[in-house]
Design a protein around this ligand. Structure first.
Ligand code: SDX
Length: 428
């Protein structure tokens, strides 16, 4: 049997042979299907790209039915348990785990690129006191492009690696600076003696002490949460990063777009929305009524459902276990009882089971973040710190992929045609 698809166009009786590769057909092969010779040819129509592969990639593998997630072939459970965020960032960008020398140099490079230009402080000071930190992050990441004009030459491997290093190193700094602005505190500068996650906690929480000592359990938990968020194949924000990168825009501008896409409550903004939902439910007793209202279509259960996972999200399972480690230090967040009850009731209910709606990565992460002292508005920012290595690895893959071109989808036009202009005096 040949790896081809035979298509019969019943409008003309013609048949076409289309190659099947990796269980896909090339959309361009549909263009030969026409009624009249001067037709443009057939397109595929796929709002939200629910059934469209935009690229070949060897970065992240997801099996939504089996609840499998692997970065460069390594299971997320093993990486979360045995690796570090910087090691995973290297793995995503380079395809292999680093040698000890590579890891030491990488850690040194990241540590020594955490500072931002002092003018960035003035830029952040310009925001209103209650500006959402994601809005500040979109702006400040984009502003970084003005400090590094050399980033435009992304085809040069050394320049590209330097920009990727800068972005991974500076995301926590910009995130913490945004938070400190929102509480009216001066920024806490990076401390090069601390780990990546420990330094982030230092920039967030340092007050009058000479040197901030991050709690090792919380720093480790933060590092593992960053690992769990590091990449997730062609999600909304990664597709945005690739799309902007496809025009040869610099990686700072592309990352600003990716942060903007992640901000949405259907995507990375869901962890913030989950906490607000749990606080609105208020108690375990109120859960059944809330679930019924979701089933009635009043709203969506935030933190539930996923475009790809039609079984459990493996990240949610790891994060749920992580919560108990954090609570040993911070004290238990009472919202977890509501979350556990909500998960239990939903997973026994046909509405959710039939639609394959299970807790996703955002369902439990916010409960941990709140217990660690982060305000809900910072939750999507924490997601972005974890995801920047994945965005960059995907952006780089897109840049180097000879099959790729500037992203420019087609449309099905359903509007008016050939209308004559109507002067104002003649309009009703
Ligand atoms: C992330 O893509 C990624 O990989 C994203 C991410 C990553 O790491 O990058 O994993 C991170 O974004 C996780 C998702 C976080 N978002 C949320 O938790 C928001 C709530 N969930 C959804 O809005 C929704 O589930 C999506 C957006 C996540 C997925 O939506 P789909 O696949 O487009 O599904 P759909 O909107 O077509 O819904 C299918 C049905 C509908 O019901 P019917 O119209 O068939 O009757 O399921 C229902 C929806 O109404 N439904 C829900 C629901 N999600 C879908 N009903 C109640 N609660 C929900 N959460």
């Amino acid at each position: 049997m040949a790896d081809t698809l035979t298509i019969t166009d019943n409008r003309t009786g013609r048949t076409y042979e289309v190659d099947i590769t990796d269980d896909t057909i090339s959309a361009m092969d549909l263009r030969q299907i026409k009624v009249a010779d001067d037709d443009f040819g057939m397109l595929s129509y796929d709002p939200g790209f629910k059934n469209t592969a935009s690229t070949r990639s060897d970065i992240t593998y997801i099996d939504g039915a089996a609840g499998i997630l692997e970065y460069r072939g390594y299971p997320i459970e093993q990486l979360a348990e045995q690796s570090s965020f910087l090691e995973v960032a290297w793995l995503l960008m380079h395809g292999e785990l680093p040698s000890q020398d590579e890891y030491d140099q990488w850690t040194y490079d990241i540590t020594h690129h955490t500072f931002v230009h002092e003018n960035m402080k003035d830029f952040i000071d310009g925001f209103h006191h209650d500006a959402h930190p994601m809005g500040m992050l979109v702006s400040t990441v984009g502003a970084l492009s003005t400090f590094y004009p050399d980033a435009k030459d992304a085809t040069d491997p050394e320049t590209r690696h330097l920009q990727m290093t800068r972005l991974i190193a500076k995301f926590p700094t910009l995130a913490a600076f945004a938070y400190r602005h929102s509480i009216g505190w001066r920024p806490s500068y990076p401390d090069n003696e601390l780990s990546f996650a420990g330094n982030f906690l230092n920039m967030m929480w340092k007050t009058t002490e000479l040197r901030y000592e991050p709690d090792p359990v919380l720093a480790k938990a933060m590092d593992r949460l960053f690992i769990l968020h590091a990449d997730h194949e062609q999600n909304c924000s990664t597709t945005t990063m690739r799309t902007i990168g496809s025009s040869d825009a610099d990686p700072y501008s592309a990352a600003a777009g990716a942060v903007a896409a992640l901000y949405g409550p259907k995507h990375g903004g869901a962890n913030e929305a989950v906490l607000r939902m749990l606080e609105e439910i208020g108690s375990v007793d109120e859960v059944p009524d809330y679930v019924q209202r979701a089933k009635d279509g009043e709203f969506r259960l935030m933190g539930f459902g996923h475009r790809v996972y039609k079984n459990f999200d493996p990240r949610a399972a790891v994060i749920k276990d992580l919560a108990h480690e954090v609570f040993e230090v911070t004290g238990k967040n009472p919202l977890i009882d509501i979350a556990v009850e909500l998960e239990k009731i939903a997973l026994e209910d046909d509405y959710f089971v039939d639609r394959k709606l299970y807790p996703n990565v955002d369902f439990y992460s916010g409960i941990i973040y709140q217990a660690m002292g982060f305000p809900t508005s910072m939750f999507p920012v924490l997601f972005a710190i974890g995801r920047i290595p994945g965005w960059l690895a995907q952006w780089q893959e897109n840049l180097l992929d000879p099959e790729q071109a500037i992203a420019r989808p087609r449309q099905v036009y359903v509007g008016e045609r050939n209308r004559d202009f109507v002067p104002m005096s003649a309009r009703s």
